[in-house]
Design a binder for this molecule. Structure first.
Ligand code: SF4
Length: 333
């Protein structure tokens, strides 16, 4: 089934990027994402199986989705993930397949993921300091993450990105060491402004380390940064290169420089809900349709309705902001 009409919303934004969460489970406990204990996960029977995920991705590809990012929770805790990766990589129309992981299981799985057709990786790491890593994640897994990065680079993943959540009064001392580590290893850091998506409502504007402050620190302590000319306006990251030729670095500044006007992303949650925005309050139930015997056309119609109803963007900077009913781990990055 193909439908040439692009997935355009009422603001003229064309959607070609789908983020698929394959689980809400995770093997670490980042404080800005989930509580340390009493984490509520959806019943496993409610999680989409590989056939359902592949079917939805195939329908979406027929509607112009060309990029897929696999997320979680932590996607590498999902058993047999390379099987799904191979299926997604084989869907006609999918030109870009990426995955975001916390890296704890990466050393064991990098080869199988690469062989299955995965080529792009973002690894979430906020600090190289083992004590601070423990404070943030409540797990002593930094050595495993670093081993995973090493393995992924050796196996052939290129342009590996490091997603670093920038929480103020916590990671200022990590900004430069992480950037230097990335330069030495050919990685690219993506500094991500802390967003109000945590399960415990800890977020406060005063805890956001702003992109401009990080840019100033890197320029002062490493090398001036040069904005990348003609960047892809729909990419969430604002990209720079180091003037000394030491590589690239990016900033996902959702709070200080919202990029909603160019948003091209949709999200499918692990339990089969379609969300037109990370912060969406409402969502559409794909799973109930699929398990109810709906046709591909019915599911495509739901996707079109979802996109048609998409809002202009998050309201973090307006007095109207309402936190979404799901925390980050049950949406996926
Ligand atoms: S906040 Fe929502 S609308 Fe804005 S860029 Fe993110 S997903 Fe898109």
């Amino acid at each position: 089934m193909s439908n040439p009409a692009p997935l355009r919303d009422s603001f003229g934004r064309v959607h070609d990027n789908l983020r698929i969460s394959v689980t809400d489970r995770c093997n670490i406990r980042c404080f800005y994402c989930m509580p340390e204990t009493d984490v509520h996960f959806v019943d496993r029977r409610e999680i989409l199986d590989f056939e359902e995920i592949e079917r939805f991705a195939r329908i979406a590809a027929g509607m112009g989705i060309a990029k897929i990012r696999v997320t979680g929770g932590e996607p590498l805790v999902r058993r047999d993930l390379p099987v799904l990766i191979r299926r997604l990589a084989a869907i006609p129309g999918i030109q870009d397949l990426a995955l975001t992981t916390n890296g704890v299981l990466l050393a064991d799985q990098a080869e199988a993921l690469y062989e299955a057709g995965l080529r792009r990786l973002n690894v979430h790491i906020d600090t190289l300091d083992r004590e601070r890593f423990f404070r943030i994640t409540r797990r002593d897994d930094l050595p495993k993450v670093l081993a995973g990065l090493d393995a992924a680079r050796r196996i052939g993943f290129s342009r590996i990105k490091l997603n670093a959540v920038a929480v103020k009064n916590l990671v200022e001392g990590d900004i430069v060491p992480l950037a230097l580590y990335a330069r030495e290893n050919g990685f690219e850091v993506r500094y991500i402004e802390f967003m109000p998506l945590d399960a415990q409502n800890l977020w406060d504007r005063s805890r956001v380390l702003l992109a401009d402050d990080i840019i100033a620190a890197l320029s002062r302590e490493i090398s001036p940064l040069i904005p990348v000319p003609d960047p892809d306006p729909r990419a969430p990251a604002t990209e720079y290169t180091y003037a000394d030729g030491g590589g690239a670095v990016g900033f996902i500044a959702s709070v200080s420089r919202p990029f909603c006007l160019n948003c091209n992303r949709l999200r499918l949650t692990a339990d089969g809900k379609l969300r037109y925005c990370l912060f969406a309050i409402e969502e559409d139930d794909v799973k109930v349709l699929m398990r109810g015997g709906a046709s591909d056309e019915d599911i495509a119609a739901l996707v079109r309705r979802n996109v048609a109803g998409k809002w202009v963007g998050h309201e973090i900077n307006s007095g109207k902001f309402v936190a979404p009913p799901r925390p980050m781990y049950s949406i996926g990055g």
